[in-house]
Design a protein around this ligand. Structure first.
Ligand code: G3P
Ligand code: MG
Length: 377
């Protein structure tokens, strides 16, 4: 459903509504920024939408900082004032797992492992969401470096932010008896090796207790051959991107690359799916329906806040501008809105996508935003 902007959609509006019945969702990496460098046309496009009172959100599989911090950085780089409510990051929906209505979604008081990103940054984001007992792989490593013999080279990095393991039962090895109730990967891991080892230890443990190995593992008579059948913590990933557009001219491996590596190690250790040992996990982020539902709810809230009590017609169309066919575009094309909005994907060539030259793929983001605004108003 990739609709060339010049051929349908907003041009059919004969009497433009007082309030725009369309909005934009912008991916960040590869659309607005390349690593931290603004992409030509990005600043002008956001400025134009703000000037015309057209709502937009920033919908990214990136993260690692709190929404307020990330949006302040983007505002500064693009010289466009932005409110924290406009950004949805990969882990933003995890905030709904703090005080959810049921056990699986009421993790705020449970002890969780948060891996990924600049670990201290992700820990602070989780705590700002309301998670009260956050442990990082760096905490575990600094408490017992023998857990992963090869991360000693990173000791200075971990020393800078690691916290003591809470309430250790064994002063010699504070990680013994440490029980983890859920595992989150908030952003792209920096130390794939340590994170893989610690996550694997927990997935093979008894009841999520570090230093144990469940005697149910490997039991062919049990579902999943016993693996993850002994109260092990559930594993949440925030971003499926195998590749993303960073500063380098070729796409780089993203959090999806880490997950594939972890799943490969899981399969090698347990036999994996070919032996009926699935790695149970939850993956959120673009292109998945749940992330687009979360984003649309935020967009509708922002729209009603922005226009106040004025009579708001329904939001008819959302233009999702992205650089990654497997993420932004696939997600927008497959998204089914419960609010009746039609999400239309716009693929730019300033990020991951650098393929063929379909005539309508704009050179930069400004081309399509300008056209959409002209036709929509
Ligand atoms: O880690 C960021 C990367 O996976 C993609 O970010 O903004 O292109 O969704 P974005
Ligand atoms: Mg992108």
């Amino acid at each position: 459903r990739e609709i060339p902007l010049g051929q349908r959609g907003i041009k059919t509006v004969s009497n433009p509504p007082r309030i725009p019945d369309f909005a934009f969702a912008f991916d960040i990496d590869g659309v607005l920024l390349r690593s931290s460098k603004p992409i030509p046309g990005a600043a002008e496009s956001l400025a134009l939408l703000k000037e015309e009172g057209i709502p937009f959100i920033l919908l990214t599989n990136g993260g690692g900082k709190h929404e307020t911090e990330r949006v302040a950085e983007i505002s500064e780089k693009l010289n466009v004032p932005l409110d924290p409510s406009v950004i949805i990051q990969s882990h933003s929906p995890f905030a709904e797992l703090v005080n959810g209505p049921d056990e699986a979604r009421a993790l705020g008081n449970k002890r969780v492992l948060v891996a990924g990103g600049d670990e201290d940054g992700c820990r602070k984001v989780a705590e700002q969401y309301g998670f009260k007992n956050v442990v990082t792989p760096g905490d575990i490593f600094m408490a017992n470096p023998s857990i992963w013999p090869f991360s000693k080279v990173f000791s200075d990095y971990y020393k800078a932010f690691a916290r003591p393991i809470p309430n250790p039962v064994d002063p010699v090895d504070p990680t013994r008896g440490l029980k983890i109730d859920a595992i989150f990967v908030f952003n792209d891991p920096r130390d794939w090796a340590l994170d893989t080892q610690v996550i694997l230890d927990l997935l093979l443990s008894s009841q999520g207790v570090m230093g144990t190995f469940s005697d149910k593992n490997g039991r062919a008579d049990l579902p999943n051959r016993g693996y993850q059948q002994d109260g092990q913590p559930h594993l949440y990933f925030s971003n499926p991107d195998l590749l993303w557009a960073a500063a380098y001219h070729l796409p780089r491996l993203g959090q999806g690359g880490f997950r594939e590596a972890l799943e490969g190690t899981w399969a090698a250790v347990t036999g994996g799916p070919s032996k009926g040992v699935e790695l149970k996990k939850t993956i959120i982020g673009k292109p998945y329906q749940g992330t687009y539902e979360f984003a649309e709810r935020q967009l509708l809230r922002n729209r009603s806040t922005f226009f106040g009590t004025r009579e708001l017609g329904p939001l008819q169309r959302v233009y999702m501008v992205g650089d990654n066919p497997e993420s932004d575009i696939r997600g927008a094309n497959s998204y089914r809105s419960a609010h009746g909005s039609d999400w239309q994907s716009i693929l730019v060539r300033t990020g991951v996508y650098n393929g063929g030259e379909p005539a309508w793929v704009p050179k930069t983001i400004a081309d399509d935003v300008q056209k959409a605004v002209e036709w929509g108003l």
